[in-house]
Ligand binder design. Structure first.
Ligand code: SIN
Length: 483
């Protein structure tokens, strides 16, 4: 399959490549240069309704397939994604902007969820429960939840789809994907490969739209939809939770974060600098688990800052398809305006500009890798998810104090800390109120471990042996027998 076949200009409902019922189209823009890559259907409520009906129809037979049949199809899809990884990565860079190397990494990361859940499909065991009555036998079986809505973000347009769709399909559910408005092409390319893998019609449906509210309302309130899985902002997550409550749907929410990154005085500074660099600046800082707040111990502040500043100032901005590019553009004008205004406001509140701090000269969506120092919890920036290449630096001297400050946020997705003291590693690891903690590691994402947050960062876990559970219901069978 070549590149041209992977770029789709139609949406995918009930196994058909289709226009919106209204005929409306929307442009997909390359954030690197503002060029229109292609146009796709701008679907509305009636198209979302059609997708729900298609998924419900497909569920009747899909839920009855064996785990092995589903595993084989998922494995075939995985193989096709890997075979087309280079083309998918180019497409991803074109519509999202991240450097090709990161895009390729994301495609392989995305593929890993399909492989993992192809395997997990066969392991959705139930229980045999010892009954207290002689004439009873008790057991549990696990069954698919049903039709699933997967609302996925623009920052990981491949991996956030597979992290939801693969476990859903493995469990025997059918899915409607609503990809981010800025990045529908990867979703359609993934559907094309799924079609080629032989995944039956209606099992995966992709509704492209720039009317997220109207389409989302159908997908999150329709009585035939039994589960909503959402990755995106906490504000939108709260709205979806209210919508889903009307028909008591199962929900998985991967919401915002405000990750602290703590460097203790006993840390390996070089490692900590590298960890901070990748966890802060990958994807131009547009990741839910990106470091937001750097807490540096007073004793290592100067050494860390000298090395960190050098490393950040060497980061190369550019077009994601050019060799050597390390930071691409932000996704759109709204994103760059938001980052610019958060930085400006922090400066008026007393933060100091240590590096960067402006839109870069190479293009209107590029923001300079930025470091702000003299930041304290009193500044608004300390409580905001930045979603841009901006590091904010805080000072500390005391372990208990820094833990309290790190936890002082409604968010609880990811946290990081660097230390070489074993007791401290356990103490701090257990005290941080986060779903994911990186200890001497800046990259924590993998298909084999549970990804998810606590507090206002959401609920449910994706990936790992737990990820499929979110798409299964437990049924208890109570058997009366003659003994
Ligand atoms: C996210 O930003 O939501 C996903 C990040 C990851 O999986 O590493």
């Amino acid at each position: 399959m070549n590149k041209l076949q992977l770029v789709q200009s139609l949406a995918y409902i009930d196994g058909q490549w289709t226009t919106a019922q209204s005929g409306a189209m929307m442009d997909v823009i390359n954030p690197t240069n503002g060029a229109i890559i292609t146009s796709v259907p701008d679907m509305a409520a009636e198209d979302a309704e059609a997708a729900v009906l298609a998924a419900d129809k497909a569920l009747v037979t899909w839920r009855k397939t064996t785990a092995k049949q589903r595993a084989v199809l998922l494995r075939t899809w995985f193989n096709l994604i890997v075979e087309n990884a280079a083309e998918l990565a180019k497409l991803l860079t074109s519509e999202q902007g991240k450097p090709y190397k990161e895009a390729y990494g994301e495609v392989m990361y995305g593929a890993s969820f399909v492989e993992w859940f192809a395997e997990e499909a066969k392991r959705t065991y139930g229980d045999n429960i010892p009954a207290p009555m002689p004439g009873n036998r008790y057991m549990t079986i696990k069954q698919p939840v049903g039709v699933v809505t997967a609302i996925t973000p623009w920052n990981f347009p491949v991996a956030m789809i597979t992290r939801k769709v693969a476990p859903a399909l493995a469990a025997g559910c059918t899915v409607i994907v609503k990809p981010g408005e800025d990045t529908p092409l990867c979703a359609l390319a993934m559907a094309k490969l799924a079609e080629q893998a032989g995944i039956p019609k209606g099992v995966i449906n992709v509704v492209t739209t720039k009317q997220p509210a109207a389409v989302g309302e159908v997908l999150c309130t329709h009585p035939l939809v039994r589960k909503v899985s959402f990755t995106g902002s906490t504000a939108v997550g709260k709205h979806i939770l209210k919508q889903a409550a009307g028909t008591v749907k199962k929900v998985s929410m991967e919401l915002g974060g405000n990750a602290p990154f703590i460097v203790f005085d006993d840390a390996d500074i070089d490692k900590a600098v590298q960890g901070a660099l990748v966890s802060k600046y990958r994807n131009a800082g547009q990741t839910c688990v990106c470091t937001n707040r750097l807490y540096l111990h007073d004793a290592i502040y100067d050494e860390f800052m000298a090395k960190f500043t050098t490393a950040v100032s060497e980061l190369r901005l550019g077009c994601g398809l050019e060799n050597g590019t390390e930071i691409g553009p932000l996704i759109n004008k709204k994103a760059i305006d938001k980052v610019s205004s958060i930085v400006q406001h922090a400066l008026t509140q007393g933060a100091e500009l240590h590096l960067g701090g402006h839109v870069a000269s190479i293009g209107e969506l590029y923001y300079q890798p930025t470091i702000l120092t003299n930041v304290t919890e009193e500044l608004d920036i300390a409580q905001q998810e930045l979603f841009g290449p901006v590091a904010t630096v805080f000072l500390f001297t005391d372990e208990a104090d820094v833990i309290a400050r790190a936890n002082n946020t409604p968010y609880g997705l990811a946290a990081y800390f660097y230390s070489r003291d074993n007791s401290r590693i356990w103490r701090v690891g257990e005290a941080l109120e986060y779903g994911i903690v990186g200890v001497n590691e800046g990259i924590i994402s993998t298909e084999v471990a549970p990804f998810g947050g606590i507090k206002e960062s959401g609920n449910g876990r994706e990936g790992s042996k737990y990820g499929i559970e979110d798409y299964l219901e437990i049924k208890y069978l109570c058997l009366g027998i003659d003994v």
